[in-house]
Design a protein. Structure first.
Length: 583
């Protein structure tokens, strides 16, 4: 009933998050979580957090590390628990979190003196001192203050040694300066053994690459590590590292690439690289795939991956499909070995996916990364020039979409539960919204897509209320923006309907049955009253007829045209009874 709201506090203040719930029965249990962890289990909050009986969460005082999401969950044991979240933003003056007593700069290389800072609102600027004097880095070309407040020395020399301090500031001010940091200039480590620039081996062979480095005066011996330049891990079951030497056994196609020897100590990190070429393999994946699209064609270009060795030539095949379709189509690239191809007979205004794969005498290689391309819209078919084949025949696309442009896709499709159902909302397209004639809504559960709304939704409307979703099911929705002869679909949205919706349906059925029963009783009573009223009117009419006949007989006459029919016995008796009752 009263969910928590986002709040911003200064460090040291108190924060309260409300969480009031209504339930029947009213035995509501309230639980609070911070970033998914119960607040009672967060050690940093243990002595500062309180949960009141009404569900209110209190943190007093708040600290800089308390920023984050706080979620309130309520339940009375019936149905699914309900939850609501809010964010706490704790602001504080900028402060230094750590002061190293010594920092090193590498002689004649670039180096950084760090200022370890924490700030909310974000850091605005940092002032520095060197040997107790204000440092003005803007007056020298070789010193730059970085965005995080640290000092960058583009080329270190002996004059940069000294005792430094830093003082950070933000919109809340500062919590003070760092302690003094002794900055020492030392020579970086140097390589004594470097690997060859290139190693060539065949599949299944072994390669050994050597590397070593030594420290300079006044520094520690550097540690040496080997790593792949692309960041992929080394295959530990086939790789042995001993000191600065690396051995790779049973070489495979995937071992192809660049390797780095990294030497590090407290002064600097230095790197040297080598390339490993594995011959006798299928081609490596083509890379740098690019594309240009027209209305009915896409031209692809790429760079060849490693062919498998100088004795191997590779040809290429294009894999392509329309986005959302499961099956791929293939087309060989001609002439063989070409790194460019045009795929014709594509549909306009359609998104396609492409991959390139090489092949040599040993077999198919690795596929390139998928590239997504959308063909252009056709605004005037009379201006489209279709390509031709070698015989001069026109290459028409397999499907020509309806003439005329179509709107862009609807945006930000959402599904929200409200009191009387589920509200589907979206935003109009950013592109060509004026072409929208109407919207339609598609949905599915386990089977294919179906149309939700029987009637079209007018273009000025961007919401639709649906009441008959089944609880416990997961629905998928799309909104189509339709022009006169075409359409564009929004992104698909997944919405699991809460299981408690079933209870609402049952309750509605029971209430409806009771109301129907009451209405039936009322209608029955009304019918009986109407029948009784009609019977009384009939009796009064009979009395009037008898009364008129008796009066005419006593007066010795009858109205003109009346037949000479004597009163029946029962008419006379009815009259007598009436006279007796009247008397």
């Amino acid at each position: 009933m009263v969910p928590p709201t986002n709040q911003s506090k200064l460090e040291g203040e108190k924060v309260q998050f409300s969480c009031e719930a209504k339930a029947l029965p009213g035995n509501v249990t309230v639980k609070w979580y911070r970033e998914g962890v119960p607040v009672k289990e967060v050690a940093a909050l243990e002595t500062r957090v309180t949960i009141r009986r009404d569900g209110t969460l209190i943190v007093n005082p708040v600290s800089a590390d308390d920023s984050g999401q706080y979620l309130c969950e309520v339940t009375n044991g019936i149905g699914e628990p309900q939850s609501a979240a809010a964010y706490l933003n704790v602001e504080y003056p900028a402060k230094v979190t750590f002061t190293p007593s010594v920092q090193f700069l590498p002689f004649r290389l670039a180096g950084v003196v760090q200022c370890y800072i924490k700030a909310n609102p974000p850091l605005q600027y940092v002032t520095w001192t060197k040997d107790k004097r204000l440092l003005e880095p803007y007056q020298t070309k070789e010193i730059v203050i970085m965005n995080n407040g640290s000092l960058l020395f583009t080329r270190v020399n002996q004059n940069h040694e000294g005792r430094y301090t830093c003082t950070p500031y933000n919109a809340q001010g500062t919590q003070g300066s760092s302690g003094p940091m002794e900055v020492l200039v030392r020579k970086p480590p140097v390589f004594t053994i470097e690997p060859d620039s290139l190693y060539q081996r065949k599949v299944g062979e072994t390669v050994e690459m050597h590397c070593d480095a030594q420290e300079t005066e006044g520094t520690q011996k550097p540690t040496i590590q080997w790593q792949r330049r692309d960041g992929s891990p080394l295959q530990r079951n086939r790789v042995r590292v001993s000191g600065g030497n690396i051995t790779i056994e049973g070489l495979r196609r995937t071992d192809f690439g660049f390797y780095q020897c990294v030497a590090s100590n407290e002064v600097a990190t230095i790197v040297t690289a080598t390339q490993l070429v594995v011959e006798g393999t299928q081609p490596h994946a083509p890379y740098n795939v690019s594309a240009n699209a027209s209305e009915t064609a896409v031209t692809l270009r790429w760079l060849p991956g490693y062919s498998g060795g100088p004795d191997y030539k590779q040809d290429y095949t294009i894999w392509y499909r329309e986005a959302g379709v499961s099956d791929w189509s293939t087309i060989p690239v001609t002439p063989p070995g070409s790194t460019q191809v045009t795929i014709n007979r594509l549909s306009s205004s359609t998104t396609y996916e492409f991959q390139v794969v090489g092949k040599n005498a040993l077999g198919d290689g690795m596929l390139s990364k998928v590239i997504t391309v959308r063909t252009l819209d056709i605004f005037d078919y009379s201006l489209v020039i279709f390509p031709t084949d070698s015989t001069g025949g026109t290459l028409y696309p397999p499907i020509l979409r309806p003439k005329g442009p179509k709107p862009g896709p609807p945006r930000n499709l959402t599904v929200t539960e409200i009191n009387n159902g589920f509200l589907i909302t979206w935003q109009a397209p950013l592109e060509r919204a004026h072409l929208v004639q109407y919207y339609t809504i598609k949905y599915k559960t386990d089977s294919g897509w179906k149309t939700l709304n029987k009637a079209s939704i007018r273009p000025e409307e961007t919401s639709y209320l649906v009441k008959n979703l089944v609880g416990g099911r997961t629905y998928y929705f799309r909104v189509l923006a339709n022009s006169l002869k075409s359409y564009e679909s929004s992104e698909e949205v997944k919405y699991p309907v809460p299981a408690r919706v079933k209870h609402k349906a049952i309750t509605a059925g029971v209430v409806g049955g009771i109301l129907f029963f009451i209405v039936a009783i009322i209608l029955s009573v009304c019918a009986v009253k109407i029948c009784n009223k009609r019977k009384r009117r009939k009796q009064e009419k009979a009395y009037n007829m008898v009364a008129c006949r008796v009066t005419d007989a006593r007066n010795g006459g009858q109205p003109p045209g009346a037949s000479q029919v004597p009163l029946k016995k029962n008419d006379t008796e009815t009259y007598r009874e009436f006279r007796h009752e009247s008397t």
